[in-house]
Design a protein around this ligand. Sequence first.
Ligand code: ATP
Length: 249
Amino acid sequence: MSELELPEDHPRYQSLLTRHRIEQGVENGITSKQGLIAEGRGEAFDYLLGERTIETAALAERAGAARLLLADQPVLSVNGNVAALVASEIVALAEAVDADLEVNLFNRTPERMEAIAAHLREHGAEEVKGLTADGRIPNLSHERAKVDAEGIAAADVVLVPLEDGDRAEALGEMGKTEIVIDLNPLSRSAQVAAIPIVDNIIRAVPNMTEHALELQTADDPTLQDIVDAFDPKAALTAAEAAIRDGELD
Ligand code: ATP
């Protein structure tokens, strides 16, 4: 079935669309098999959240957009699931906040790196970083540590969606400000983030772009106020409560 044939009035349309994109990602050599498992984990959390952007996630998305606009050198990290799910949307966010895109894989192979970079270019990206791999994240084994010296290694703020906990921790230790998109509020990635966004990436990224476009002309103190008003611990607690106690329709 193609994306266009998915019935939009299906009560679980969003989840069908997500699965379809991930399946296609695997077929096209963009997403790894482990990516399918990560998708399943995410879907379970999203189901319990009611497949909606909860209030604290909306605040996190606005704070994340403001933080990216304030950054000197922001980078949006892209893995196989991100590329399969939100290629054109992440390109639009990069444009809105003037950030670099860097392909950054847990299971790094040259073929998958190239396939993801090509996929992003097909969706409008002009420059895609990650292929040079002349920088390293300290305290990680060789393949998992590779980044671009001019990209993530030099960034002050990094958006790391659907990231493995070890790497999120290591990036934090490098002094990066991390904005994490992860549907599991208990994952280490979400826990170490300055701004954890507990929402499905297919909703989170377009929401962040909308905020960024609206905030593009705001001055730095206004942006800083939005960032300072966001409380990561409270947001994680609220997301966990929504998942544990939420009423399903
Ligand atoms: P950690 O190492 O941080 O404890 P983990 O081992 O669960 O996390 P992975 O298996 O790599 O990490 O999974 C990535 C994370 O991405 C999972 O927490 C999953 O819930 C989340 N996730 C998967 N799909 C989506 C999605 N579409 N939107 C947002 N988050 C997602």
